[in-house]
Design a protein around this ligand. Structure first.
Ligand code: PAZ
Length: 312
């Protein structure tokens, strides 16, 4: 009897590719090929939340809380650590460097004079530092955006597959908040749902777990870091360990919705105890971001992994 395709394959059969997919994959391929030749480390960072459309001509969709703070901050620290970064992010979520300006009005920062425009004195140093960093690192940064869950999963699969050429030089840092539930295209109404139809009941399918094919088929030699988000503290360690046991990747970073900016736990297969990273009062006073410590920690782990691969 013929074997049925696994659920992750069916997902890609049932959900069309995003627009500009082939152009984006070509950009990703170019980065990976050049990095492989030069033996550069490449980090894929996923960031922000995925949407789940309720209609094919989408007026309404389900979304989540993620602003892309973790991903965009981490991208800066990976760049500073010498990585090339592929930043796969939710469109209009936070981006490296420009994230520091969010919530501020650009017109308050510039002075428009009759014949030229200048940056106001108060902002010169801050903007100068940011612009300098951005200009320095932008050639090592490829930004690709997504909106829906399906867009994200298509791009994740393609990027991981293109990163295969990098072997253990590739690091995947999966910080996006990806929906666990969705409506398959075939079950989605074509047009806007009408309120004249009365109260709306939704039935959502489970999204196939993509970490399994990612780790075994798409990027089998990459260093893979996933995130586990919980709201119940008592579940965090167990759930993070379960995920590691199930998918056999390298690190699971557990975080709680309420404390994610100051505390994470790292779980790996070498130790039964989780390693904790917590910002101290002085870190907070000095504006230290937890992502700088996460990236420092992962850089060392990735170096070790790469060294073991070369000798192993
Ligand atoms: O984007 P953000 O900084 O507001 O939040 C980051 C996060 C909590 C989405 C991330 O750290 C994370 O846990 N991502 C995986 C979520 C999940 O379990 O699917």
């Amino acid at each position: 009897m013929a074997q049925e395709d696994p659920s992750w394959k069916l997902f890609f059969e049932e959900n069309p590719k995003p627009t500009h997919f082939d152009e984006n994959v070509k950009l990703i391929q170019d980065v990976c090929q050049q990095a492989a030749v030069k033996k550069n480390r490449v980090a894929l960072i996923t960031s922000g939340g995925t949407t789940v459309p309720l209609e094919q001509n989408t007026v309404r969709f389900i979304d989540n809380f993620s602003a892309g703070t973790r991903g965009s901050a981490s991208a800066e620290y990976f760049l500073e650590a010498g990585y090339l970064v592929i930043f796969l992010h939710r469109s209009k979520s936070l981006e490296p460097y420009s994230r520091h300006l969010i919530g501020r009005n650009i017109f308050d920062m510039i002075e428009a004079l009759p014949d030229h425009i200048t940056v106001g004195d108060k902002y010169k140093i801050e903007l100068g530092v940011l612009a300098e960093k951005y200009q320095h690192y932008k050639c090592n940064l490829l930004m690709i955006s997504f909106n829906t869950l399906a867009d994200y999963l298509w791009l994740l699969q393609a990027t991981a597959q293109k990163m295969q050429i990098l072997g253990p030089l590739a690091l995947l840092y999966l910080a996006a908040a990806v929906s666990d539930f969705y409506i398959p295209t075939s079950q989605m109404p074509c047009h806007k749902i009408q309120s004249s139809g009365g109260p709306l009941s939704l039935s959502l399918e489970l999204v196939p777990k993509m970490l399994a094919p990612l780790v075994t088929l798409w990027a089998p030699n990459a260093f893979v870091v996933s995130f586990k988000l919980e709201t119940n503290e008592t579940l965090l360690e167990t759930k993070s360990k379960e995920s590691l046991l199930k998918y056999h990747h390298n690190v699971v970073i557990g975080n709680l919705l309420s404390s994610r900016k100051v505390y994470v736990m790292l779980v790996d297969s070498t130790s039964s105890n989780a390693e904790e990273i917590r910002l101290s009062a002085s870190d907070l006073e000095n504006g230290v971001e937890i992502e700088s410590k996460i990236v420092d920690n992962l850089k060392i782990r990735h170096e070790q992994y790469y060294a073991n691969h070369k000798t192993g």
